[in-house]
Design a protein around this ligand. Structure first.
Ligand code: G
Ligand code: G
Ligand code: MN
Ligand code: NA
Length: 254
């Protein structure tokens, strides 16, 4: 309850900020970024989303967190327009299934795109695989409307939840993100290696692009490359960082 109260205050003051984790190609060149929320504290530390997202899901504050993430991502995209190296990079925002089911989602996203002047083509939205467990008509309609507006959709945490290939076909997706739990033991666990190879084949056959999450070492990266994955996110390359640090990183080159 205290966390909820503090979170409400922090949201009212818009104290939560997005950090950006780079997504890179096999040479480490930056191709885009995932926005990850950070809640800074007065003592210089921050509370991780792993702590406050579950609470916010429960209290409904997740809608406000999602709105703030969208707004900050779009403000950043707008600021990158005309800046070489930055202007082509997409930013990917995580929205909770609850948010994606809201009837007013499209009004909200369209409003933020217009208000900020960001290009819809640079905004990506990550949908966790758990939405597949309850893909209501409203949710599917929202995803289709986002896609029609030019926003690309990524299926997050792929392989961890309700994996129905039928839903994979029904959802209007552009990107599959391989969950880091499979990447972790890829070199030692034959099952995980097979799962990753299968996910890569599915993505290839369905014309989806593929991003591997949680890539921490070169052996994992090399295995992924051998199986046709060309985009990576993980500590081997970069942690999430403040937007200004991301901009400096891109300016300095790989
Ligand atoms: O950022 P990590 O760095 O700790 O994030 C932990 C979890 O919180 C991840 O599952 C991530 O998807 C989720 N998360 C981070 N930022 C956001 C956000 O803005 N909205 C939602 N819904 N989830 C987020
Ligand atoms: O659930 P989601 O995939 O949206 O969130 C990404 C989460 O993974 C964040 O908490 C982020 O900080 C974390 N993360 C990013 N790269 C790595 C990595 O290489 N290893 C591990 N263990 N976690 C990572
Ligand atoms: Mn994600
Ligand atoms: Na994920």
């Amino acid at each position: 309850a205290e966390l909820e109260r503090n979170l409400r205050q922090a949201l009212g003051r818009e104290e939560l900020v997005i950090h950006l984790q780079p997504q890179v190609d096999p040479e480490g060149r930056i191709l885009g970024a995932e926005a990850l929320m950070r809640w800074p504290q007065l003592d210089g530390t921050w509370i991780s989303p792993g702590e406050f997202i579950p609470v916010a899901e429960h209290t409904g504050q997740i809608l406000e967190i999602g709105r703030l993430a969208l707004l900050q991502a779009c403000q950043t995209l707008r600021a990158w327009q005309g800046r070489p190296g930055l202007e082509d990079l997409p930013i990917s925002v995580n929205l909770s299934p609850h948010h994606l089911r809201q009837a007013r989602l499209m009004d909200e996203v369209t409003g933020i795109l217009e208000e900020t002047g960001a290009a819809a083509q640079r905004l990506h939205i990550e949908v966790t695989e758990s939405v597949m467990a309850d893909a209501s008509p409203q949710l599917i309609a929202n995803l289709e409307a986002l896609r029609a507006r030019g926003v690309a959709l990524a299926l997050d945490d792929f392989g961890t939840g309700y994996s129905s290939l039928g839903y994979l076909k029904r959802l209007p997706l552009d990107v599959l993100k391989i969950d880091r739990s499979f990447v972790q033991d890829i070199e030692h666990d034959a099952d995980d290696a097979n799962i990753v190879a299968t996910i890569a084949a599915i993505a290839h056959n369905m014309g989806l692009s593929l991003i591997a999450e949680g890539v921490e070492n070169e052996a994992q990266r090399d295995f992924l490359v051998r199986h046709g994955c060309q985009r990576f996110q993980g500590y081997l390359y970069h942690h999430a960082m403040p937007v200004a640090d991301f901009e400096a990183l891109v300016a300095d080159g790989p």
